[in-house]
Design a protein around this ligand. Structure first.
Ligand SMILES: O=C[C@H](O)COP(=O)(O)O
Length: 330
């Protein structure tokens, strides 16, 4: 992403035609042929943050873009209806009105709000009329170890409560034991339970051992019909990283090359700084192209990134930084 790059256009979800990934049969030859050159991936990932980033108006435009691509998230044991309503108000108006006016970005919203099942109805109610979808984390999030029939039932309940997107967690053991058929079958059943809701497959990459496992799990979940693949729950010891991102988006590119189907990507967990968000966006632009920088194909899963982006935008407009505590939500 260079200074001369055209500033991005910010698109709202309702304006997009949301295509689904119907999946393919499980092609084990393809899965087993997948390799990941860890040192090459790490070298390429390490080269990105050091590069000169976009500045001034271009940076502000890209930060607004990042907001439009954000699943604004709260996933805490102490979540309450009040907190979720405040989060939804923030999703409707993610940045102070005078700053949005100065940027010419009135009407900017986040891509979605992401909550536990228990909070779906509250979020749906709080977002009524906004066009902002609610995403529910599901299937015994974050470990995904509850009885399988309960995981499937949980998806159905969240969809019935109004969730338009379901973030499922895969069984890590299927990957660690190389049981690709079991992973495929599980993912297919979870996708079917989602009905018309889009399904994001959380791989919990920090628990998959190797980048090759990450690449293979990405592919199997796409073959089984995942609309998005997502790095992490935010609860693993290691969550979204640039090497994992490179591995997963190259799997998305391979899947697209072979099937013509575009699958979305969601890095999640530990992304809290505006400058890190810009590095992710530049990686997507370089590896997948501009089409993937739309909310139907890219989301940040983040609970605290918005606060830092808002501070940077305020600085861009006013020349001063406000205290972190003024941006407690998001
Ligand atoms: O899916 C989203 C993640 O749980 C958010 O993680 P975070 O709280 O580290 O931003």
């Amino acid at each position: 992403m260079h200074q001369t790059t055209t500033p991005p256009t910010v698109t709202h979800l309702p304006q997009l035609h949301l295509a689904r990934n119907a999946g393919t049969t499980l092609d084990l030859d393809w899965v087993m042929a997948v390799q990941a050159n860890t040192s090459a991936i790490e070298r390429r990932a390490a080269s990105l943050p050091g590069r000169r980033s976009v500045k001034k108006d271009y940076q502000a435009a890209w930060l607004c873009k990042a907001i439009s691509l954000m699943d604004l998230t709260t996933l805490s044991g102490d979540d309450s209806a009040g907190r979720v309503r405040r989060l939804c108000a923030k999703a409707r108006q993610p940045v102070r009105a005078d700053i949005l006016d100065a940027l010419g970005m009135q009407g900017l919203t986040t891509g979605a709000v992401c909550v536990y099942h228990d909070m779906v109805a509250t979020a749906v109610d709080a977002l009524a009329g906004s066009g902002i979808p609610v995403a529910a984390v599901s299937t015994g999030f974050p470990a995904g170890l509850s009885p399988f029939h309960l995981r499937i039932a949980e998806i159905g309940e969240s969809v019935a409560a109004g969730a338009q997107e379901i973030d499922i967690v895969i069984s890590r053991r299927h990957v660690l034991t190389g049981d690709w058929q079991a992973l495929y079958d599980e993912m297919q059943q979870m996708r079917a339970a989602c009905g018309d809701a889009h399904v994001k497959a959380i791989l919990a990459t920090g628990e998959l051992g190797t980048l090759r496992n990450v690449a293979r799990a990405s592919l199997v979940c796409m073959m089984a019909g995942a609309d998005f693949i997502k790095t992490s729950t935010g609860k693993e010891p290691v969550n979204a990283t640039l090497p994992v991102t490179l591995t997963m988006i190259r799997a998305i590119r391979d899947y697209h090359d072979r099937t013509g189907v575009m699958v979305g990507y969601k890095p999640a967990g530990g992304i809290s700084k505006a400058k890190d968000a810009l590095v992710y966006l530049s990686m997507i632009k370089e590896e997948l192209g501009d089409r993937w920088l739309q909310p139907d194909l890219f989301r940040f899963g983040a609970s605290s990134l918005l606060g830092d982006i808002e501070r940077q935008l305020e600085h861009h407009v006013t020349g001063g930084y406000s205290a972190q505590w003024r941006h407690a939500i998001g």
